[in-house]
Design a protein around this ligand. Structure first.
Ligand code: UTP
Length: 296
């Protein structure tokens, strides 16, 4: 594929209510909850930029203005750090504004993930694009988005990210029916269903928060009626496309990933990344060992 046609656009839906993390998310968007000292969404913008998706649209909502502030320059803070000669903190402060071109559009009401993606129609135009959920953190050492872009470039159509989950928890996710392609970790998706009961689930392959989508998804989303929870579901739109014979593939992710909108998963992300940080890890790890052994 020539450089000109390589996707450059990413959409990050971040307009949800974040009810699972209340009361923390009453005034602070869940996408800005810090994972150690970096807001969850900065990891996500960095992930997009890391695979060349440097034109980013965040779908936001009333009360979430702090997201735009985080990706803007902060001249007063910069001046204060410059005065102190604190180059490391200055670089960390500027990073969020330098990672990508970040744009914002509001979803007037939280009418579902499909509806949030539809808000990106004018921004995306007629190009293949990626969707990264604002509360779904994929460890940067475990590649997911690049293999998905590669599968899309090879087969066309749409690509979803999948993860094997215990059958009893498929009802928390969208789920797919799939068949092998002959390539390890890549499946052909034949059907999709949003949050099925375990006994109705076609497999234990759950959809996680990364998508590479063809622009035809917008027309399909416009025709998609509200589904589960009265919301316009991306899973339902993808199902329509699969049923219409559009290419639909899944990349099975076996790496580290955290749903930072879920309290337990959020804590795991913080602890793991803190343990692995060169500046914090040695001391924190030692404390953690003592704590687990009942010595702290
Ligand atoms: P979630 O279902 O995890 O988000 O949606 P939520 O509704 O904020 O969470 P809870 O269940 O109430 O805690 C997945 C992603 O889609 C976005 C969310 O912001 C999140 O990043 N989303 C969801 C929207 O942008 N708009 C919506 O209408 C729904």
């Amino acid at each position: 594929m020539s450089d000109q046609r390589r996707p450059t656009k990413a959409v990050i839906p971040a307009a949800g209510l974040g009810t699972r993390f209340l009361p923390a998310t009453k005034a602070i968007p869940k996408e800005l909850l810090p994972v150690v000292d970096i807001p969850a969404m900065e990891y996500i913008v960095a992930e997009a930029a890391g695979v060349g998706l440097t034109d980013v649209l965040v779908i936001t909502a009333r009360g979430k203005e702090a997201i735009a502030d985080h990706f803007d320059r902060a001249p007063e803070l910069e001046a204060a750090l410059e005065k102190k000669g604190d180059a490391d903190r200055l670089a960390a402060l500027r990073r969020s504004a330098e990672l990508a071109d970040v744009h914002f559009v509001r979803q007037g009401a939280p009418r579902g993930l499909g509806h949030a993606i539809l808000c990106a129609d004018a921004f995306v135009g007629d190009e293949v694009f990626a969707v990264l959920l604002g509360d779904d953190l994929v460890d940067e050492r475990d590649p997911l988005l690049q293999p998905m872009l590669d599968v899309q470039a090879e087969h066309g159509g749409c690509v979803v990210a999948l993860m094997e989950v215990p059958r009893h928890s498929v009802s928390l996710y969208g789920c797919v029916a799939a068949e092998p392609t002959g390539t390890d970790g890549v499946v052909r998706v034949t059907d999709l269903v949003e949050k099925p009961a375990p006994e109705d689930a076609p497999s234990n392959l759950a959809i996680i928060g990364r998508y590479v989508l063809a622009p035809s998804i917008f027309d399909t989303l416009r025709q998609t009626e509200p589904g589960r929870g009265g919301e316009i579901q991306i899973t339902d739109a993808l199902r329509r496309q699969a049923m219409a014979g559009e290419p639909m593939h899944g990349v099975v992710f076996r790496g580290r990933r955290y749903d930072t909108g879920d309290k337990a998963d959020y804590l795991k992300a913080v602890v793991r990344l803190a343990c692995e940080r060169p500046d914090l890890g040695p001391e924190f790890r030692q404390w953690l060992e003592d704590f687990v052994a009942g010595r702290a």
